[in-house]
Design a binder for this molecule. Structure first.
Ligand code: ATP
Length: 238
């Protein structure tokens, strides 16, 4: 579904990615893990074509660099749930889910509500009245109505209580069971290991290590590498 090879990316003149490579097979979930500022969100933005990149991004076997974001997401049916959810605060739950969707596709709302039944009674409410967990469900429902082949998820658990995070991951499991391919950013490596098929550690703009989540020894090695870097990063200056 997605192949990223020696990817570099820039914000203006500032280089944020230097060498990121990984491959995501159809129907699988890859979790990008690593510390703050490592380049996980930038990798997601690069796949979407939102920033300047060089190197290789192939989606469904097609070179994507020259394809602008709107064409890229339509052609390959990519949906993204960004960090902070990206909801439109002045709109209702219903409006947030269907915004941009042609009226002829409004029946897909039913499919989304099957997955997130808690939203059924809240459709007319301003989205800001919902809890953080429910707002995350709205953002996921918004993605689901696009009937994506590839879902990009940036820190779906950010700012949520642990019990609510379990609930959100329960919903994500249902999406995975439907065969959806996912690229997920998750800071919590243990959670990423429990949910994803593969883990890719991003460090200082580079993909340091990619492992199968079921390979305990490799995951332990990835964690050691990640936490050692953390300790180095958090050493007080002498
Ligand atoms: P976090 O979990 O904190 O979001 P991350 O791994 O997703 O971390 P990125 O947000 O991808 O990290 O940031 C990678 C690097 O790019 C960091 O050095 C960051 O300061 C820089 N960066 C991110 N967004 C911008 C921007 N809009 N303009 C300039 N630099 C940016």
């Amino acid at each position: 579904m997605l192949e990223v090879e020696h990817l570099s990316a820039w914000y203006g003149r500032t280089q944020a990615l230097f060498d990121v490579s990984f491959s995501l097979q159809t129907g699988r979930c890859m979790a990008l893990v690593g510390t703050n500022g490592a380049g996980k969100t930038t990798t997601i933005r690069s796949v979407l074509g939102l920033i300047r990149t060089s190197g290789g991004i192939r989606i469904e076997g097609e070179v994507s660099e020259r394809l602008a974001t709107p064409k890229r997401v339509r052609r390959h049916r990519i949906a993204a749930v960004h960090e902070g959810r990206g909801l439109l605060k002045q709109l209702s739950v219903f409006e947030n889910i269907v915004v941009g969707l042609p009226k002829s596709a409004y029946d897909r709302l039913e499919e989304a509500l099957e997955l997130f039944p808690a939203l059924k009674s809240r459709l007319a409410d301003p989205v800001t009245l919902l809890s953080g967990g429910q707002q995350q469900m709205v953002a996921l429902a918004r993605a689901v109505v696009e009937r994506p082949k590839l879902l990009l998820l940036d820190e779906p658990s950010l700012g949520l209580a642990p019990g609510i995070v379990d609930e959100i991951y329960g919903h994500l499991s249902k999406l995975r069971a439907s065969g959806l391919t996912m690229l997920l950013v998750e800071q919590n490596i243990a959670r990423a290991r429990d949910f994803a098929d593969d883990l890719c550690l991003i460090q200082t703009g580079r993909s340091a290590f990619t492992v199968r989540a079921t390979d305990d020894a490799a995951v332990a090695g990835l964690m050691r590498l990640a936490f050692n870097q953390d300790q180095i990063a958090h050493q007080p200056l002498a």
